[in-house]
Design a protein around this ligand. Structure first.
Ligand SMILES: CC(C)(COP(=O)(O)OP(=O)(O)OC[C@H]1O[C@@H](n2cnc3c(N)ncnc32)[C@H](O)[C@@H]1OP(=O)(O)O)[C@@H](O)C(=O)NCCC(=O)NCCS
Length: 173
C-alpha cells in the first residue's frame, strides 16, 4: 500500500484527462515514446489495448491517482518479456504535479508488483540523458546505471543520447 497514491487500471472515462496531461509538450519532450501532438482518439485506443495486453501477460499499465481525492496525475507501466523474465518500465506525471516525489512513490508500487507478484528477475528503464529527473526517480528506487547509448534516438531531427538503468530482483528490498 502506497502512502499517497493509488495505482489502478485505466478506464475509458480517463481518456480526456490522459489527453490533457500527456498532451502537454513538456511530457512528450521528456518521454522517449509518447506521441505529440496527442490527437483525439489516441488515449482511447491506448486504454482499449490495456486489458488484452494485461491478460496476455505482456504489460501492466496503471493510472497514478492521488489517494486523497482520486485525481489522475500520471501513468506507469511495465512491458514484459516473458522469455527473459524481465520488463521495461515507463512513466509520466502531469506537469502540475512534478517535484512531489509522486513518480518515485509510483515506481515503488510497480516494483513490488513486478518482483513480488510477477516474480520478474529484472526491471530496466531508458531515459534521455538530458532528462535527469527521470534518472533520479530510478536512483531513488535503487536502480543502477547499466549503460549510456550515444545518439540512440532522434528528436526533432536531432540525435540524442539515452541512459539505461536497471534493478535486479535480488537487489530489491
Ligand atoms: C520524470 C518525471 C516522471 C518525474 O516525475 P516527478 O513526480 O516529478 O518525480 P519525483 O518527484 O519522484 O523525483 C524527481 C527527482 O528528480 C529531481 N530533479 C528534478 N529536476 C531535475 C533536473 N533537471 N536534474 C536533476 N534532477 C532533477 C528532483 O529533485 C527529484 O529528486 P529528489 O528525489 O532527489 O528530490 C516527470 O518529470 C515527467 O513525467 N516528465 C516527462 C515524461 C518523462 O520524462 N517520463 C520518463 C521517460 S523515461
Amino acid at each position: 500500500m502506497l502512502e499517497r497514491l493509488v495505482l489502478r487500471p485505466f478506464s475509458l472515462k480517463d481518456a480526456r484527462r490522459v489527453q490533457l496531461l500527456a498532451g502537454d509538450e513538456s511530457i512528450a519532450s521528456g518521454a522517449i515514446n509518447l506521441p505529440y501532438p496527442y490527437t483525439d482518439g489516441v488515449a482511447e485506443s491506448w486504454i482499449n489495448n490495456h486489458e488484452n495486453e494485461f491478460m496476455n501477460g505482456n504489460s501492466v499499465i496503471l493510472a497514478i491517482t492521488l489517494k486523497e481525492n482520486s485525481i489522475l496525475i500520471g501513468s506507469i507501466g511495465i512491458y514484459i518479456n516473458k522469455k527473459h523474465n524481465h520488463a521495461e518500465l515507463g512513466y509520466w506525471i502531469g506537469k502540475d504535479y512534478w517535484g512531489n516525489h509522486y513518480c518515485s512513490e509510483a515506481v515503488q508500487g510497480m516494483l513490488k508488483h513486478a518482483f513480488e507478484h510477477l516474480k520478474l528477475n529484472k526491471v530496466f528503464a531508458y531515459f534521455l540523458h538530458r532528462n535527469q529527473a527521470s534518472g533520479k526517480v530510478l536512483i531513488n528506487n535503487g536502480f543502477v546505471k547499466e549503460g549510456y547509448l550515444k545518439q540512440h534516438v532522434k528528436y526533432n531531427e536531432k540525435y540524442e543520447d539515452i541512459e539505461c538503468y536497471s534493478l535486479l530482483k535480488t537487489d530489491f528490498n
